[in-house]
Design a protein around this ligand. Structure first.
Ligand SMILES: Nc1ncnc2c1ncn2[C@@H]1O[C@H](COP(=O)(O)OP(=O)(O)OP(=O)(O)O)[C@@H](O)[C@H]1O
Length: 301
């Protein structure tokens, strides 16, 4: 079959604001894909368009081959979106919420799957609790269950861990990883870059409605040549080095930024010339946050 998600030259304006500017990319079956970008980059707008909730001004989106505008219902059957905002009827119980959502997809007798979802998301003992009586974290778990009642092959999570405690975050990721292992395609937006780094194999970055990077994670990480080194010295850091390598201090160590690792030799030479003994040296590998910041700063406005 075609791609799990295909986005083709999608643009959308809100008045004078270009929220999406000619976005094109595909997500393959079974991928764990991250969509990153600062606030207002257009991630939620793009996700709404995938779910047929808002209509692009131009371009096409297909979910498992179904056009999100012309075949909204068929596309939605293939897609589960966990929204950023908590949207629910406060008077329904958790089980009623999930049964109602199943009915929306024309699924009757969904109890066995609902029970499994409740169990996997740690909601079993909350099944009869009214939605309004749940904590924020519990409500978020219901949002995840709600997106999965129709067992969609493609799952999009829009910042599902915003404001969620560490325990839920970890159990949520274990569950999402399990879904991915079972063959579900996952698209994730998050502001926790270490989550994207740990889970996703390919990463798209957006800024002001445009796609500014789309690469395999490893390739993206290797794109940043700069490294930080931490030095513990027996004497003060020579001023010339401090100036050349934007030195700062942390935890009794000098942190120097090397634009490329080859400059390490220059640092060591300067220290030898100044007779400063090195007691400890460690090199910090690039992480996604560093690449993200560099790309965001480097992208034109
Ligand atoms: N219905 C709307 N009417 C007008 N402007 C909108 C509407 N929806 C979104 N926008 C604007 O479009 C831009 C993109 O918003 P969007 O919510 O898609 O960003 P985002 O990348 O999801 O950000 P965040 O990380 O904060 O969730 C923003 O400037 C936002 O204010």
């Amino acid at each position: 079959m075609s791609h799990a998600i295909s986005i083709e030259s999608v643009s959308k304006r809100f008045g004078s604001l270009q929220a999406l500017d000619d976005i094109s990319f595909t997500v393959e079956h079974g991928e764990f894909f991250a969509l990153l970008g600062p606030n207002g980059a257009g991630k939620t707008t793009l996700i709404s368009a995938m779910g047929g909730l808002s209509r692009p001004d131009s371009g096409h989106i297909r979910i498992m081959g179904h056009d999100a505008v012309r075949a909204t219902r068929a596309a939605r059957m293939q897609l589960g979106v966990v929204p950023q905002e908590l949207v629910f009827d406060p008077f329904f119980t958790v089980r009623e919420t999930l049964a109602f959502q199943s009915g929306y997809f024309g699924i009757r007798n969904n109890d066995a799957w609902i029970d499994e979802l409740l169990f996997k998301l740690g909601l079993t003992d909350k099944a009869s609790t009214n939605m309004r009586a749940l904590s924020g974290g519990m409500k978020r778990r219901v949002m995840v269950a709600q997106a999965l009642v129709h067992r969609p092959p493609v799952i999009v999570l829009d910042e599902p861990t915003a404001g969620v405690d560490v325990e839920l975050r970890q159990s949520l990721w274990a569950f999402v990883q399990e879904l991915n292992d079972a063959g579900h395609t996952i698209v994730l937006t998050t502001h926790y870059l270490e989550e994207a780094e740990a889970l996703c194999s390919r990463i798209a970055m957006m800024k002001r409605g445009r796609l500014i990077a789309l690469e395999a994670k490893d390739k993206l990480l290797s794109r940043s040549a700069s490294r930080e080194i931490a030095l513990k010295l027996a004497a003060p850091l020579p001023a010339t080095l401090a100036a050349s390598f934007q030195a700062r201090e942390s935890d009794g160590r000098h942190i120097l930024t090397l634009p490329e690792i080859g400059r390490l030799e220059e640092v060591l030479r300067e220290l030898r010339l100044a007779s400063v003994e090195v007691r400890e040296l460690s090199v910090h590998e690039t992480d996604l946050e560093q690449v993200f910041v560099e790309l965001m700063n480097g992208a034109k406005n």
